[in-house]
Design a protein. Structure first.
Length: 421
């Protein structure tokens, strides 16, 4: 072992020498065949494929099929189709194949990997069998040395995205580790750090200092020198800005305090936790609650009032309903309190339509009428509270605005361009 060799440290603090193997779909088989702790009467990847497929199709077929259905490695393939493809040279295999190998030869396989938080973990085939198929696990010998493999992204071991892990490498246990060897764990930590934290000197400016100052007066700097100074100031700002750790700690503390207060309040009021959960789940359904004061608007300035989108949607629903407003802007303005010009603006401006369209489509007459004053509600007692309105033409208007063609005439040449609103 040399200083250039890469070392992996697992979750238990044990050291392993990483030995990569060829890809091309056979990496999972090669890491087993090249591991000194794997002993099987096979020669080559094709021989191992044939032996495991024969085992899966034999008297242990039902158990192997259960493993395949539990892992769900390829949900689009049936068990027989998957087994047939395992025989093909270069077909990628993983967890299911490893579990079948353990069932066939009694050798535990541990797949080590970095999780999304860059912490080393491992999954064991014996742990899987112990949990899901205890009868099968009882037949597996427990006196054999496990085979350790490393699951990672192809050609990039430092990349910590478990969903992109596609390659296996071999892990050889080593008893001691000298300080001179660089571990993969340290390189992973350095790799995920933001790029600006790795830079100390930019364009001759030391960004590690408390402050970056111009080498001469700003008025004497040329355009290129000023650009270099601004670049150094940007790097300095990024290096010294908060990375979110302090905010995370503060929010975690607040969350803990809030949970304690909630627990104390529940105990004080003698509220059953199960009843509380039922109440919360019953309230989780989205319901549009009307605002009873339809004419109320929020004061923005002395000359401009702004209603909420729910208020606007309620008024527009009443305008569109054939038995309430009947698309008569004057009548709708009279019993809702909105100006007629304002209502027409909501109906014809595309940016306004996009704001109320979905709310109106989800509303019914009972919800909209409930927002009117009590004396006005009596005028529409004959209206079916479950009736809705059609907003198809407004939806088409929004969709058409995204693909509108405009012909432009310029001195004898006509060209077409798309106008996006």
């Amino acid at each position: 072992m040399t200083e250039a060799d890469l070392i992996f440290v697992d979750s238990a603090g044990k050291n392993y020498l990483i030995r990569d193997v060829l890809g091309a779909g056979d990496c999972a088989l090669l890491v087993l065949l090249h591991n000194p702790n794997f002993h099987a009467p096979v020669s080559g990847a094709d021989g191992l494929r044939t032996a495991i497929v024969a085992f899966a199709r034999g008297e242990h077929r039902d158990q192997c099929s259960s493993v395949y259905s539990l892992v769900g490695e390829r949900n689009t393939l049936s068990f027989d189709s998957y087994v047939s493809q395992v025989l093909q040279q270069g077909f990628w295999v993983g967890t299911v194949f490893f579990i079948w190998v353990t069932m066939c030869y009694g050798i535990e396989i541990r797949s080590h990997y970095f999780n999304a938080n860059r912490i080393p973990e491992f999954s064991s085939t014996c742990d899987f069998l112990r949990k899901h198929l205890p009868d099968v696990f009882a037949d597996v010998p427990n006196d054999r040395t496990p085979v350790h493999v490393f699951f990672h992204h192809y050609r990039d071991m430092k990349r910590c995205k478990p969903t992109m892990y596609t390659h296996f490498s071999n892990l050889i246990p080593i008893p001691h580790l000298s300080q001179a060897n660089q571990t993969l764990n340290i390189e992973v930590e350095l790799e995920v750090k933001p790029w600006w934290t790795k830079v100390d000197n930019v364009n001759g400016y030391d960004c590690s200092l408390k402050e970056v100052k111009a080498q001469k007066g700003k008025g004497k700097l040329s355009k290129i020198e000023r650009k270099k100074l601004n670049e150094a100031l940007t790097f300095h700002y990024l290096k010294n800005c908060d990375d979110g750790v302090k905010v995370y700690m503060e929010m975690a503390k607040r969350l803990g305090e809030a949970q304690q207060k909630e627990a104390a309040l529940v105990a004080e009021l003698n509220i059953d936790v199960n009843d509380l959960d039922i109440g919360l789940s019953a309230c989780s359904t989205m319901v549009i609650v009307p605002e009873t004061d339809m004419t109320r608007s929020r004061r923005v300035t002395d000359f401009y009032d702004r209603r909420s989108w729910l208020q606007r949607a309620t008024i527009i629903f009443l305008f569109l309903h054939p038995k309430i407003g009947a698309e008569n802007s004057a009548d709708t303005s009279a019993f809702t309190g909105v100006k007629e010009n304002t209502l027409l603006c909501w109906l014809y401006q595309k940016k306004m339509i996009a704001g109320w369209l979905d709310l109106v489509a989800a509303m019914d007459a009972g919800t909209a009428i409930a927002a009117l004053p009590a004396p006005v509600q009596d005028l529409f007692s004959h209206v079916d509270p479950g009736s809705t309105v059609c907003v198809k033409k407004y939806r088409k208007k929004i969709e058409a605005s995204c693909d509108q063609r405009k012909i432009i005439f310029k001195g004898g040449k006509v060209r077409i361009k798309f106008v996006l609103h």
